[in-house]
Design a protein around this ligand. Structure first.
Ligand SMILES: Nc1ncnc2c1ncn2[C@@H]1O[C@H](COP(=O)(O)OP(=O)(O)OP(=O)(O)O)[C@@H](O)[C@H]1O
Length: 321
C-alpha cells in the first residue's frame, strides 16, 4: 500500500499522437499526425483532489483515457495506484471510478436500483459492502425516493448524483470526474460539491476533476493542473494561476436605483453599468469581501454576485503575458 507521500498518479513525459487520414483531393488522401498530448508530467499524492483544466481540444480527455487504460500512450511513463493502466487494465478497473457529466454510464431504461445491481455483479462487490456504500450515497446525495425511477425520467442533477453513486459502489481509490457539474442547477451543484469534499475527507479518495467551471476548482481543489495544445501550462494553486494569468473576477452589483458608476473602491473598477446594475472587475486572486463591505457601506445595495473568469480567458491572458 503506498504511503500518502508517494505519487499515486505518476505521469512522466506522457505523449499521445493520433494518425489522421484526410482527403486532399479526388481519390487523394494524406496522413498526418495529431499530437493530442505532448510531454505532460504531473504527480498526485494519494488523497489529493486536483483540477485538470484546459480549453477545448487541449488534450484532457486523451490524458484521462490513458490514465484509465482505455488508450495506450505513444510515449512517456504512467503509473496509477501502483499499476500500469494499459497493461493492467483489469486490475486498475477495481481501483478507479469514472463519471462523465455529458453521458451516463447507467442503463437508460432501468431504475437506478437495477443499474446498481448490475454494477455490483460486474465488480463482484460483496453484498454488505455494496449495501453500505449504496446507503451512504443515497443518504448524502439525497437519492431516497429515486431508486425505483428509470434513469431516463431523472433530471440532469438527479442523474448525475445517480452516476456518481454508480462510480463509488466498488470503493475506488481514484475518482475521475469529467464535468460533473455541467448544466446542474445551483442546488444540485452544491450537493455534488459538498459530497465530493466529504468523500475526499472521509475516505481519502484521490480525485482528478475536469471542469470548465473555475468555481468547482475553487470550492474543491487546492491544486490545478492546466494543459493547452497537449502541453502542461501550469501546475499549482488556483490563486497562482489567477496571478500568472492576471485574471479578473467580476462583482455584479444591484443598487436600489440607477446611479453614476461606483468609484473609489480600492482594487476594483467599474467596467459596465446598466440601469441599477453595475459590474466591477477586481483581481481574481483577491478576496471579494472587503469590496462588498465597502460598497455596502457607501451605496444602497440590494443584491450582488461574483462571476468567475472563464478558463479560456485566463489561459489567453497567460499567453498574452
Ligand atoms: N481518436 C482521435 N483521432 C484523432 N484525433 C483525436 C482523437 N481524439 C482526440 N483527438 C484530437 O486530439 C486533440 C485533443 O483532444 P481531447 O479530446 O483530448 O481534448 P479535450 O481537452 O478533452 O477537449 P474538450 O474539452 O473539448 O473535451 C484534439 O485536437 C482532438 O481533435
Amino acid at each position: 500500500m503506498p504511503t500518502t507521500d508517494e505519487a499515486f498518479i505518476d505521469v512522466t513525459d506522457l505523449t499521445k499522437t493520433f494518425r489522421v487520414r484526410r482527403r486532399t483531393g479526388w481519390l487523394r488522401r494524406t496522413t498526418s499526425e495529431v499530437r493530442a498530448v505532448d510531454g505532460v508530467s504531473f504527480r498526485l499524492r494519494r488523497g489529493e483532489m486536483a483540477g485538470f483544466i484546459g480549453p477545448n481540444g487541449a488534450g484532457k480527455s486523451t490524458t484521462i483515457k490513458m490514465l484509465t487504460g482505455i488508450l495506450t500512450p505513444s510515449g512517456g511513463r504512467l503509473r496509477v495506484a501502483g499499476t500500469d493502466p494499459w497493461r493492467e487494465r483489469t486490475r486498475l478497473v477495481r481501483r478507479i471510478g469514472v463519471v462523465f457529466g455529458q453521458r451516463t454510464t447507467l442503463w437508460w431504461d432501468l431504475p437506478l436500483r437495477d443499474s446498481y445491481r448490475l454494477v455490483r455483479r460486474m465488480y463482484r462487490i460483496p453484498r454488505d459492502r455494496f449495501e453500505e456504500n449504496l446507503a451512504r450515497c443515497v443518504e448524502l446525495l439525497e437519492l431516497d425516493g429515486l431508486l425505483d425511477v428509470p434513469v431516463r425520467q431523472l433530471s440532469l442533477g438527479q442523474r448525475m448524483r445517480g452516476d456518481i453513486t454508480a462510480a463509488l459502489l466498488h470503493d475506488p481509490d481514484v475518482l475521475y470526474l469529467d464535468e460533473p457539474t455541467i448544466g446542474l442547477d445551483v442546488l444540485s451543484k452544491a450537493r455534488v460539491r459538498e459530497f465530493l469534499l466529504r468523500l475526499n475527507a472521509e475516505r481519502g479518495t484521490t480525485v482528478l476533476l475536469t471542469t470548465h467551471d473555475l468555481s468547482d476548482i475553487e470550492y474543491l481543489c487546492e491544486r490545478v493542473v492546466v494543459i493547452d495544445h497537449g502541453r502542461l501550462l501550469y501546475d499549482g494553486a488556483l490563486a497562482g494561476l489567477h496571478e500568472a494569468g492576471r485574471s479578473e473576477r467580476t462583482l455584479v452589483v444591484d443598487l436600489e436605483r440607477e446611479l453614476p458608476p461606483i468609484e473609489g473602491i480600492p482594487g476594483a473598477r467599474t467596467v459596465r453599468t446598466q440601469g441599477p446594475r453595475q459590474w466591477l472587475a477586481f483581481p481574481a486572486s483577491a478576496s471579494a469581501a472587503p469590496l462588498v463591505a465597502r460598497i455596502a457601506a457607501d451605496y444602497p445595495l440590494v443584491d450582488l454576485s461574483v462571476r468567475e473568469p472563464d478558463i479560456e480567458d485566463v489561459i489567453a491572458r497567460m499567453y498574452g503575458g
